[in-house]
Ligand binder design. Structure first.
Ligand code: GLC
Length: 384
């Protein structure tokens, strides 16, 4: 068996093993014994990967995710707490990276089941409407807490506001913001990654509406998408040419993280700028190209830590976002190199939650669902 086939087979095994029926809903939990809820972006990635080998499971994953949608349209970052197979009443007050339309489109394209698309579409409309009302500021997406970005302890949040309170107070605040609906939102990080995912999803919504014959909505989503792309440039582009997140006061948070590459995912950069970004930063051994890329923080940043949670290690959803961006621009050589290095680290250390980018050592949870994304990366490479 070659490397790709071994990773494919193991990835399928892990996702199958993590499937549960919770309260009548089919769910893939991120990692047994570590994360037993259903999580929003995990489920989107699980569904995308499942669609390569179990279509019904992929569709049910997204249908069960939307079963937790709040009446106002919000989809919680986690839900369906699993206690010995029982569904306990649980929901959260924050959302997660808005990939649901991208996942829905990919799952649809695997089998062209229009009934699935019909089922998802009204719920997706509500969700993207909620985001545009509650999270969009100055035309880009803001994030209420690091958990909402799926990056719990990211360095970006060290400088998210000017109050600079002790870290413990933010952890306490985030706990309340997550679990108690009336907690006011006091922090707004203007997030490059979330905006790129949002822009892409608006384009997916336009395509989905088109497939379902709703031309009016299709045009409306396409326009909304174009406006977000324009705003990204205005809001995030720094004089250095890099796109930085902004803190709650609208000031750039100047630290090189993986999010400088997120605009590629949305096709938001002119081709020459994209080329420079890849040559000077991604394929640069001093920044984002150590032996096991892609570190979530550049290795020459003072805050880089090879083992700190979201403070340097490799996370597969980020490799997937960057890989997708490279493919979108036709940077096939860089995409191939990234794919190979990604497969190597997974083969070396298994499907761990995250990896040390200097040694390839696996860290955190084991049998971690989102780390099976290399399966999708291989399948999209057209080699299997
Ligand atoms: C951690 C990760 C987050 C993920 C969750 C469940 O909180 O930071 O990205 O969604 O675990 O796997």
């Amino acid at each position: 068996m070659d490397l790709e086939t071994r990773v494919l087979e193991e990835g399928k095994r892990v996702l199958r093993q993590n499937r549960r029926i919770i309260g009548g809903h089919e769910v893939t939990i991120p990692a047994p014994g570590w994360f037993d809820h259903q999580y929003l972006w995990d489920s989107c990635f699980h569904a995308i990967t499942l669609s390569h080998f179990d279509q019904a499971a992929a569709e049910n994953e997204l249908i069960s995710l939307m079963a937790s949608q709040h009446r106002n349209g919000m989809v919680p970052h986690s839900s369906k707490f699993n206690f010995r197979g029982m569904l306990l009443p649980y929901t959260s007050n924050i959302t997660q990276p808005p990939l649901i339309a991208r996942a829905t489109l990919e799952v649809y394209e695997a089998a062209h089941n229009t009934a699935f698309l019909d089922n998802m579409f009204p719920k997706l409309n509500l969700y993207y409407e909620w985001l545009s009302k509650k999270r969009v500021r100055e035309g880009v997406l803001t994030v209420a807490s690091p958990l909402e970005a799926g990056e719990d302890n990211s360095v970006v949040w060290d400088d998210a506001d000017s109050l600079r309170l002790p870290k413990a107070s933010y952890i306490l605040y985030d706990y309340f913001a997550t679990h108690f609906p009336k907690t006011p939102q006091v922090r707004h990080v203007f997030s490059v990654k979330e905006t790129a995912l949002y822009a892409d999803s608006l384009q997916c919504m336009s395509l989905i509406a088109g497939i379902l014959g709703n031309n009016e909505l299709s045009t409306r989503y396409e326009r909304q998408h174009e406006k977000v792309i324009e705003s990204m440039r205005k809001v995030f582009r720094h004089s250095s040419g890099l796109y930085y997140n902004l803190n709650s006061n609208g000031e750039p948070i100047i630290v090189k993280t993986h999010s400088i590459f997120a605009p590629l995912f949305a096709g938001a950069l002119p081709k020459e700028e994209a080329e420079t970004l890849i040559k000077e930063h991604l394929l640069n051994e001093k920044e984002f190209w150590p032996q096991f890329p892609v570190p979530t923080v550049a290795i020459n940043e003072p805050k880089f830590s090879p083992t700190g949670y979201w403070r340097g290690p490799v996370w597969m959803p980020i490799n997937w976002i960057i890989y997708s961006g490279l493919l979108r621009y036709g940077f096939n050589d860089a995409a191939q190199m990234l794919l190979l290095k990604t497969l190597v680290v997974v083969e070396k250390s298994g499907f761990r939650e995250y990896y040390n980018p200097l040694t390839g050592e696996g860290l955190g949870a084991r049998e971690f669902g989102m780390s099976t994304l290399p399966v999708d990366m291989v399948m999209r490479n057209g080699t299997k």
